[in-house]
Design a protein around this ligand. Structure first.
Ligand code: NAD
Length: 438
């Protein structure tokens, strides 16, 4: 199959590279010339483990190329995937479909033969039909099909998620489109990965429902964590005891500083908006959005308590700013709420993150960047563990406590225990959903 992939972000680039590894001929297109130049030089514009090696392998094999020229990319393509951003539209919570519709129109104007136009971006129910109407209006003579193929990969584990998915969801209206999609995903069919073939609307809804459910699960345990702190229970024990129930499952039950990232915040907001638009309010999802904001604010209160009621004049070391480990993605990260609150309150903030500096420098003004956690915590009054990178899971806590001015730790990912902290010389330790010292 010959595939054109529009958009070389986290989803487009990973999908393009993996499809080429399946043996397809893939051209990845981006309208950001700087990105295309980097890719042509063999550089990966994002941090995603393993992506550089797999990309180089497939470029070398002649199956994967990059261009800024959309028309050239779709010439001869059996399918063209739209994998552009769908951020929250300013003001109303809707998914902003500007980029998707612009790509659809560009495809319509450039296509000269039958093609399946596949939307991989996360889009509200009805968007694929809208894509079809847009393409028909822009090029009434074009013979084409549309398909919905939402993506479920997780940043940080994207290649494995793409190559060994829990399922692939394909929404189609015609046998012709179904056959092309089947051919594209043949390696996964052959290895018996579940492929859910359904209608366009159901495919679109599956993606929002899945993300909203996961955000709900995280928020549920975060709220339980808050209650645990009040009643003296340990949320880690509670999660374990709950998660062993096969009906519940143990994933997404780790209490933390609130969900963030490029998907959950915008997708929950978009689903809530879709519900309002159809007079079918998503009341649970609306509560999840509200509670998640409260969770992030509660983190700031925790830090304030550890600083004796004021950040003014304090030196705070923040370990990890990306929304989760193994990515450089800072979109809607809890650090974007917590760090400005520290800086705004008069703290001197020292930050370290294995991959977050490139994105984070512009987003977190007024902080000092350090190369490692030992440099960041030296002479600090408070250590805040905000993202659970492996690099922060086995710290020499005694060395850190010994070099700090105030021996206080806020472990917002429950990586350590009160006992670990005490043994290392910390005098105050607080975490999530567990009783700390004060
Ligand atoms: P991104 O912002 O990282 O990348 C989008 C890319 O598209 C950018 O490089 C941009 O320059 C390019 N682009 C925009 N318009 C274009 C056009 N007309 N022609 C060529 N290139 C164009 O976005 P992302 O994180 O990869 O997300 C893409 C979609 O996938 C979103 O809808 C998102 O919700 C969904 N998704 C994301 C993830 C994730 O983990 N990031 C997971 C599943 C689904």
């Amino acid at each position: 199959m010959k595939i054109a992939m529009i958009g070389t972000g986290y989803v487009g680039l990973v999908s393009g590279v993996c499809f080429s590894d399946f043996g397809h001929e893939v051209v990845c297109v981006d309208n950001n010339p700087a990105k295309v130049e980097m890719l042509e030089r063999g550089e990966v514009p994002i941090y995603e483990p393993g992506l550089d090696t797999l990309m180089a392998k497939n470029v070398e094999a002649g199956r994967l190329t990059f261009t800024g020229d959309l028309a050239a990319a779709i010439d001869g393509a059996d399918a063209v995937f739209i994998a552009v951003g769908t951020p929250t539209r300013r003001g109303d919570g809707h998914a902003d479909l500007t980029y998707v519709m612009a790509a659809a129109e560009q495809i319509a104007k450039a296509a000269k033969h039958h093609v399946v136009i596949v939307t991989k971006s996360t889009v509200p129910v009805g968007t694929n039909r809208q894509v079809r109407e847009t393409v028909s209006a822009a090029n009434p003579d074009l013979d084409f099909d549309v398909a919905s193929n939402p993506e479920f990969l997780r940043e940080g584990a994207a290649i494995d998620d793409f190559m060994k998915p829990d399922r692939v969801v394909v929404g189609v209206e015609t046998d012709r489109a179904a056959k092309v999609m089947e051919e594209i995903y043949r390696p996964l069919y052959l290895r018996d990965f579940p492929i859910v073939t359904t209608d366009l609307e159901s495919a679109e809804m599956i993606k929002y429902a899945a993300n909203a459910f996961l955000a709900t699960k995280i928020t549920f345990i975060n709220e339980i964590a808050s209650l645990c702190e009040k009643v003296g229970a340990d949320v880690k024990e509670v999660s374990k005891g709950m998660g062993l129930d096969g009906r519940i499952g143990k994933t997404f039950l780790h209490a933390g500083p609130g969900y963030g990232g490029s998907c959950f915040p915008k997708d929950t907001k978009a689903l809530a908006r879709i519900g309002q638009d159809h007079a079918s309010p998503m009341q649970i999802v609306e509560s999840v959005i509200k509670v998640n904001e409260e969770v992030k604010r509660r983190m700031v209160d925790k830090l304030l308590d550890l600083c004796g009621g004021s950040f003014n004049g304090k030196t705070v070391a923040v370990l990890g700013v990306t929304f989760k480990p193994n990515t450089d993605d800072m979109r809607d990260a809890p650090s974007l709420t917590i760090v400005p609150a520290l800086v705004g309150g008069g703290a001197k903030v020292r930050v370290t993150d294995p991959q977050g500096k490139r994105e984070g420098e512009a987003l977190l003004p007024g902080v000092e960047w350090h190369d490692d956690p030992y440099a960041a915590t030296s002479e600090a009054d408070l250590l805040v563990l905000l993202t659970e990178w492996n690099e922060f899971r086995a710290l020499d806590l005694s060395r850190i406590a010994g070099s700090m001015r105030g021996k206080r730790m806020a472990d917002l990912r429950n990586v350590y225990t009160l006992e670990d902290a005490k043994a290392a010389g910390f005098t105050e330790y607080d975490s999530i959903g567990r009783v700390g010292t004060g």
